[in-house]
Design a binder for this molecule. Structure first.
Ligand SMILES: Cc1cc2nc3c(=O)[nH]c(=O)nc-3n(C[C@H](O)[C@H](O)[C@H](O)COP(=O)(O)O)c2cc1C
Length: 369
């Protein structure tokens, strides 16, 4: 963790040191020139294309144990859960996505926030480094009013703390956005494919320890679709993470997204499906990590059946990103419709297992496992 103080007010140009950085979800250096908005818009446009989604179902080989006589009514199923000390309707999270200066970012985050409130599920916000450099981005992240009381997850890249960010930036974001949880993303795969990405990942476990000690909010560490290996999940908890979101590589491929944005797309294409499948990670989590009940599964979760399998394998919550982005491009109603569909599918799966709550799921609910 950088120890220097950092008093630049929001909206002022980045320092020289920061101007040398271009954290993938935030654009860094480009921000001063206005290219940042173009990069973030290009990310969204790329994410509209099906081809950036790996479309892998690593849960496909896992069959749930059907119970022909569940001895319960469908109405007995309750998905109710808690996250960050708040009651939520289900263990389903809208994963961290976007934010920036301009109408499109405001509209998407507003639709996500209204959808999250209607569904009563937690909402992750996109990388906020842009907020520290562009005052105009602030309104896209100020969704507390639309989101009501649902848990909000703030977001910065952990690698940014090797490229200019300091702890005081975390405090500023907490003041501005009023999140319940502070998210830090790991995205080595994305950064190395992005032209000029931030690739100094040295000492970040130490930065995480320092941040987790100082931050007044629980810290949520996530990948961005590359996956976090089971052993690293354990290390992140030991370093102070309150939640670890494994974000495996079943769904959105940020190597593919960055490849599309590069002058030479071949590196992104080669590493398109590099990473760890979501179910592969979950299956290998140590029993103590599963028992700790702080793992979020995301990456390619596209329906409630996959969500229930992820929970039975040991996750406590599941996260969905790109499908919610596609819905939020349309409307808050589309966000609610998508969330409602996933929740119906989850309820259906639980009923067919004869299980009343997601908390009661475990590996005995699979065939032959
Ligand atoms: C449009 C879009 C923007 C994203 N921006 C961020 C971000 O700013 N910070 C972050 O941690 N993850 C970001 N992600 C990654 C997601 O949170 C998630 O980890 C990844 O997309 C895998 O989930 P999926 O397969 O459900 O999309 C973004 C994803 C999408 C689709």
């Amino acid at each position: 963790m950088a120890s220097k103080t950092h008093n630049r007010p929001p909206g002022e140009p980045a320092s020289k040191e920061e101007a040398g950085s271009s954290e993938a979800f935030s654009g860094g250096a480009e921000s001063a020139s206005g290219d940042l908005a173009r990069r973030k818009t290009a990310h969204l446009d790329a994410c509209l294309e099906e081809e950036v989604d790996l479309g892998r179902d690593s849960f496909g080989e896992y069959a749930l144990r059907y119970n022909a006589l569940p001895e319960m009514a469908l109405g007995d199923v309750s998905l109710a859960s808690t996250f960050a000390g708040k009651e939520v309707a289900a263990p389903l999270i809208i994963s961290c996505m976007t934010g920036g200066a301009g109408e499109r970012f405001e509209r998407i985050n507003r639709n996500l926030a209204i959808g999250a409130r209607e569904l009563n599920i937690p909402l992750g916000l996109g990388s906020m480094r842009v907020l520290l450099q562009h005052a105009a981005a602030e309104s896209s992240f100020k969704v507390r009013q639309e989101a009501g009381q649902v848990p909000l997850i703030a977001n910065l890249g952990l690698v940014s703390f090797n490229h200019g960010l300091v702890y005081e930036d975390v405090e500023r974001i907490i003041d501005m956005v009023q999140p319940d949880v502070f998210g830090l993303h790991l995205n080595a795969l994305q950064e190395v494919i992005q032209e000029g990405g931030d690739t100094d990942f040295r000492g970040l476990l130490g930065h995480l320890e320092h941040l987790a000690r100082r931050c007044p909010l629980p810290v949520y560490v996530k990948e961005c679709g590359g996956g976090i290996a089971p052993g690293l999940v354990r290390k992140l908890f030991s370093a102070g993470a309150a939640y670890v979101d494994i974000s495996g590589n079943d769904g959105t491929s940020w190597a593919a997204v960055e490849g599309r944005l590069s002058a030479d797309p071949s590196l992104g294409e080669l590493f398109r499906d590099f990473g760890l499948p979501t179910a592969w990670i979950l299956e290998r989590l140590s029993p103590s990590v599963v028992k700790g009940g702080r793992v979020v599964a995301s990456g390619g979760i596209r329906n409630g059946l996959q969500a229930v399998k992820a929970l039975a394998l040991g996750a406590r919550w599941v996260g969905v990103a790109r499908p919610f982005f596609l819905a939020a491009e349309h409307s808050a109603e589309a966000v609610v419709a998508l969330g409602s569909r996933i929740l119906t599918e989850m309820r259906t799966a639980l009923f067919l297992l004869g299980v009343k709550t997601p908390q009661a799921l475990n590996r005995s609910h699979f065939l032959d496992r």
